[in-house]
Design a protein around this ligand. Structure first.
Ligand SMILES: O=C(CO)COP(=O)(O)O
Length: 152
């Protein structure tokens, strides 16, 4: 796959998602890192986003709840280059009904090479990284080239 680059601006679009057993963990992480998060545009799946908004006062755009399509909405935004960082505390110990959507979200985050944290240790590393406060270039698939190759 030929690559091109995408500039992630200093002010990021950050998606926040947590499965039910990990919602307290993500909520606590958001409270601890509220001042960092306040510098960015936040969205989240329905329940996670609403809980964070209510409990931290941060402005979080809540999409649909995960099992109702929220993971897919965030995945689509990633594919469109509208999400810069994904923080997704997914549950490795409990099955969820929408496992295909979870996989799809994680897959698209990998395809489009955005920084992803799936646990608090990595989320801490991300928030302390210069990419959290500065603009950064990431490599992404060259979609125009990809399409041109497929249609010639
Ligand atoms: O299920 C989720 C992610 O897969 C999260 O959805 P909620 O935030 O609505 O609980």
């Amino acid at each position: 796959m030929k690559l091109t680059t995408r500039l992630l601006k200093a002010r990021k679009n950050i998606a926040l998602v947590a499965h039910d057993h990990l919602k307290d963990s993500l909520l606590n992480w958001c409270k601890t890192n509220k001042t960092h998060l306040a510098n960015h545009d936040l969205c989240g799946t329905g329940t996670t986003g609403t809980l964070i908004k209510n409990e931290t006062g941060l402005n979080v755009q809540a999409m649909l709840s995960g099992p109702m399509g929220g993971d897919q909405q965030i995945g689509a935004l990633i594919a469109e280059g509208k999400i810069d960082i994904l923080i997704f505390f997914w549950d490795p110990l409990n099955a969820v009904p929408h496992d295909p959507d979870v996989k799809a979200l994680l897959r698209l985050a990998t395809v489009w090479n955005i920084p992803v944290a799936t646990n608090p240790a990595t989320a801490n590393a991300l928030v302390q990284s210069s990419l959290f406060t500065n603009e950064v270039l990431i490599d992404i698939p060259d979609y125009q080239q990809y399409l041109a190759d497929r249609v010639k």
